[in-house]
Design a protein around this ligand. Sequence first.
Ligand code: PLP
Length: 371
Amino acid sequence: MKIKPFGVEQWMNAWETKCELNLAETCVASLTLAELMQIAGTTQQMPADLAAMQMTYGEIRGSTRLRGLVAGMFEGQGAENVLITHGTIGANHMVYQALVGNNDHVVAITPTYQQHTAIPRSLGAEVTEVALSEDQNWLPNWDVVAAAVTPATNVIALTNPNNPTGALIGREGLERITEIARSVDAWVLCDEVYRGTEQGGPVPSIVDMYDKGISTGSTSKAFSLAGLRLGWIIGRESLLDACEIHRDYTTISVGMVDDYFAAMAIEVKTEVLGRSRKITRGNLALLDDWVKQEPKARYVKPQAGTTAFVALDVAMASYDQCVALLQETGVMFTPGSALGFEGYVRIGFACYPDVLKEGLARVSVWLAKQS
Ligand SMILES: Cc1ncc(COP(=O)(O)O)c(C=O)c1O
């Protein structure tokens, strides 16, 4: 299977260990296991739990405890609607493997995570990209989406909250997308990995609104536990059965230790997500102040997520801007070109506040010297 190289991952692999201040990161400042156990009150209990764990493959779809806890984060889902995967990246991949092949048509709302265009193309599908624009606050024009679907469309893919723009489609927009999908009997794959990072109230999940809605997500972003590599697919049972056929070849099961810590985190979701909101809301206020006072920066303020898509008024392509910033200031952003969208840089704002403040201050000094 031939597939296009993954722009963002290549950028990260090349620079992540060489920067001083990482504003390319998209996870809310990651927790240590010690911090997680402190929040969960399990510091004493954990060693005995791990010592008693018999290292079998565990429950193949993920532990019943974990699947029940994940289901509890949705409105109308039970453990039977949850399949545990190797991160959202494993979840998305498996959904496309199960649903898409030659002669299929996928509509992907972009910019997005590159999986949603590259994987269906690699599987032989035709992909129509519906591009968002800054003028429309990075929200879809539903007439354009409706015009893009055809009777051959079997998946409409989107990321909500959106990476990289931080735009958030609310209930009304999600209702529009389900109407459009229903008109051609398509699935809607909504990558909800940034769920839980909303600046205001939560929005519903697609899986609770549409019988062919699929939600993918993980403990990486709002739960600050990317190191667990623990994600999920939520959907109707027949979809999960189809995904499991592929999963048997690539995954068997996820690690029991990862499953254990993920369940621990979701059990105290109020505290873990509360910590994340404090970071994302406090830091977005810092970023917003910076954009307002920085004459060479412009953006649409994110409504959710951990990233903002910012236009810098510097006469260089986004890749060159980001390399120059790295080399001259030590600050790492992500170029829009790595996301297929020239003219912007992606700023990850969910790191610790001191890193964000110092990074933006250095960028301002650099911007002042650019023509
Ligand atoms: C939109 C989106 N989907 C999926 C992923 C993969 O996340 P995970 O760590 O859950 O595999 C990312 C990671 O940045 C992402 O931004």
